[in-house]
Ligand binder design. Structure first.
Ligand code: TRP
Length: 336
């Protein structure tokens, strides 16, 4: 198995939504099909332990996300698609890297600092109240995810850029202290990747609870789209496409020409009811087939297990021998 040209992880927390599709799934599906690239995509279930302590939710989210990626056309034969917890070499590498990582580096992690800030604002005596070691040190787990497969490029959202800098730091430290085994990964933040607005006009996100699930029934998809907030302009009044949530969602799916034509109709005055119905029909047409496949997969998780087992097998063809090299480099090796 070759090292990763591209690698990215998806934390299974919650239900996959339209924002995940345009932001992460669609670009990943496209590069999963590229015969010249070795792409690794994995379900970061160990990361999900940080915030969620409900076993059923973790299992169901892992199932839903795996099913969504497959249903939307991920080429799992060509890429490497696996579940983090199926790769025991990752937690082992995590410990090795933990022993090289300065605590001060972790003190600077945004997610941790935000929690400390919350405690201070709330007037809590202990700034570390309710903060686990998992939250504190998860950038090291993420570094291990990436370095385990010597990934060259890591596509992530802006909020993850700091973790990539930390990964490079940690890799350089290993290379300096022991042996030059790790490639320093590059972060890829695609500015062109669409960021979808949610029901209330803010970024579509699980944390704002303003998202539209990808694979609800047709009826519920329609209901959600009808709920999207608009202003109170009347049916024939000219409207501004650029500040409209409906338009921004339409644009993320439609072609350039369709988008330009729709902008014209906004300026001419399109009734909100008409626009909502058209948006629903447009998205529903795109999702109809994947929805069927998704429903089949959810009913037959064994098929997903088989795909993930094959993925783990491929991934471990890289991670097992590489971890042997790492162990040898740090002096955990045969005494004879
Ligand atoms: N922490 C990432 C997120 O919250 C998910 C993730 C885990 C990841 N491991 C990774 C992303 C490795 C890229 C590479 O989005």
């Amino acid at each position: 198995m070759k090292n990763a040209d591209f690698l990215t992880g998806i934390t299974p927390s919650g239900t996959p939504h339209l924002g995940n599709f345009v932001g992460a799934i669609r670009p990943a599906v496209a590069s999963s099909k590229d015969r010249d690239l070795t792409s690794y995509y994995f379900l970061a279930d160990y990361h999900s332990l940080i915030k969620n302590h409900d076993p059923k939710k973790r299992q169901s989210s892992t199932l839903q996300i795996a099913a969504a990626w497959i249903a939307l056309g991920l080429d799992h034969e060509n890429c490497v698609f696996y579940r983090q917890s199926d790769i025991p070499e990752i937690p082992e590498l995590t410990w090795i890297l933990t022993c090289l990582t300065a605590k001060g580096l972790m003190n600077r992690a945004h997610a941790y600092k935000a929690k400390v800030q919350e405690n201070e604002t709330a007037g809590n005596k202990d700034p570390d109240q309710a903060i686990t070691m998992g939250l504190f040190s998860y950038p090291i787990l993420m570094a291990a995810d990436i370095l385990m497969f010597n990934a060259a490029k890591v596509p992530v959202g802006k909020d993850q850029v700091q973790h990539l800098e930390m990964t490079r730091d940690i890799a350089a430290r290993f290379n300096h202290v022991y042996e030059k085994l790790f490639v320093l990964p590059e972060v890829v933040v695609d500015e062109n990747t669409a960021v979808l607005s949610g029901l209330d006009g803010r970024k579509m996100s699980k944390s704002y609870d303003n998202y539209i699930p990808l694979f609800d029934t047709e009826k519920r998809l329609r209901k959600m789209i009808m709920k999207i907030q608009t202003n109170s302009l009347g049916p024939d009044e000219p409207k501004d496409p650029d500040t409209c949530t409906l338009f921004s969602i339409y644009r993320a799916f439609a072609t350039r020409e369709q988008t330009a034509a729709m902008a014209e109709r906004y300026r001419a005055g399109i009734a909100w009811g008409v626009m909502k119905q058209e948006l629903f029909e447009y998205i529903n047409t795109i999702l109809a087939e994947p929805r069927q496949r998704y429903d089949e997969l959810i009913k037959n998780p064994k098929e997903i297990e088989d795909i993930l087992a094959k993925g783990a097998h491929k991934a471990r063809q890289y991670s097992m021998p590489f971890l042997e090299k790492i162990r040898a480099a740090i002096g955990i090796r045969s005494l004879g």
